[in-house]
Write a protein that binds this ligand. Structure first.
Ligand code: HEM
Length: 323
């Protein structure tokens, strides 16, 4: 097991500013096209599946490397959760997709990663431990090509990368999207792109803690959560997975899963979603801004994917009157 390290570095490509302008345009165009069809909504993760409230307990006695920002002080915080399908379209929940777990931790105060101060910390997680591409460039090329519809996105993979490259990308994408998903109570979620934890760098993860196994109904991922929360609570461990060195835990390559065996992982708290009727906060979550940059400076997002997301989420928030 390697040790947590503060020796992480970010790298900015000379043409990044031009790329970010393109990110905003592609995300804006994608959102406008889909909003014409489905009504106002997010550019990605458009379909909200369920929203819930909860409580995060930050544990006492954490090791020094974890005790920064939100995790510096033990205590309880209110939380808002938005669960979603990842795509730009509103489609059936059995269609292969990325699943999103957006978590907003409230009742904090400190310097914000945006500048000024903040009273919350957002963590945006998916049911994957890596992205299909190393940085946002291939993703944005794909999204631009897929704006008229998913088929043109798939054709683009072959046009841009040839038969062999297109096939291997298609295979990789399909294996991620069709990964077995046992429901939001049973699966693990990961920020994939890193953030700071004070002077350290981490990926943040959620792991179910003692939730009952999926029921017979678990194929309907919304009914599964509704039924569980109607009768009881759900718990998840919040974990930090630490950067150790650039080769093992790259900052600038989100397509690499950080290996469990070589990375220190600290459980820093427990998220509990108590028994509740989930419709109560559905409208609040749909209108809310969940944004990887919306949080403490001590948890500033790191790397190219995160810098691209700063532009992308702002564009999408503007397009749905949430900016
Ligand atoms: C590490 C990889 C990523 C993760 C873990 C992630 C996760 C998420 C999640 C969970 C949501 C839903 C937020 C909500 O429920 O409000 C979301 C929304 C979104 N994501 Fe990402 N995402 C990633 C990468 C990207 C990239 C590379 C882009 C584009 C450059 C992007 C663009 C967006 C946009 C535009 C939204 C909608 C924002 C809004 O209007 O609220 N994401 N993402």
């Amino acid at each position: 097991m390697k040790q947590p390290s503060t020796e992480w570095r970010e790298q900015v490509a000379p043409d990044e500013a031009a790329h970010l302008v393109r990110v905003a345009k592609v995300i804006g165009d994608l959102q406008r096209t889909r909003s014409k069809k489905f009504g106002p909504g997010r550019a990605l993760h458009r379909k909200q599946l369920l929203a819930a409230t909860g409580t995060l307990e930050v544990f006492a006695g954490l090791p020094d490397h974890a005790r920064h920002g939100l995790f510096a002080t033990p205590g309880r915080h209110r939380a808002l959760v938005r669960l979603s399908n990842g795509g730009p379209d509103v489609q059936g929940d059995r269609v292969p997709d990325i699943r999103g777990f957006a978590l907003k931790i409230l009742d904090i105060s400190g310097e914000s990663a945006f500048g000024g101060t903040t009273d919350h910390q957002d963590f945006l997680m998916i049911n994957q431990d890596r992205t299909p591409g190393a940085n946002s460039r291939e993703f944005i090329d794909f999204m631009e090509a897929a704006t008229p519809g998913p088929l043109s996105g798939l054709l683009h993979l072959f046009k841009a990368h040839g038969l062999g490259g297109g096939l291997s990308r298609l295979k990789d994408l399909f294996s991620m999207l069709s990964k077995k998903f046992d429901g939001f109570a049973a699966e693990r979620f990961n920020t994939v792109a890193p953030i700071c934890c004070g002077p350290y760098a981490v990926r943040v993860r959620l792991a179910p803690a003692g939730n009952p196994p999926p029921s017979g109904r678990s194929k309907d991922i919304v009914a599964d959560m509704r039924e569980r929360l109607a009768v009881g609570s759900l718990a998840y461990d919040l974990e930090l997975q630490f950067f150790v060195d650039e080769a093992t835990t790259p900052i600038e390559d989100a397509s690499v899963a950080w290996p469990e065996a070589e990375t220190p992982i600290v459980t820093v708290g427990r998220l509990v979603l108590p028994q509740q009727g989930v419709d109560a906060v559905a409208a609040e979550a749909e209108a809310a801004r969940f944004d990887p940059w919306s949080g403490l400076l001590a948890h500033r997002p790191l790397g190219e994917v995160m810098r691209a997301r700063k532009v992308a989420y702002f564009e999408s928030q503007k397009g749905r009157n949430a900016a």
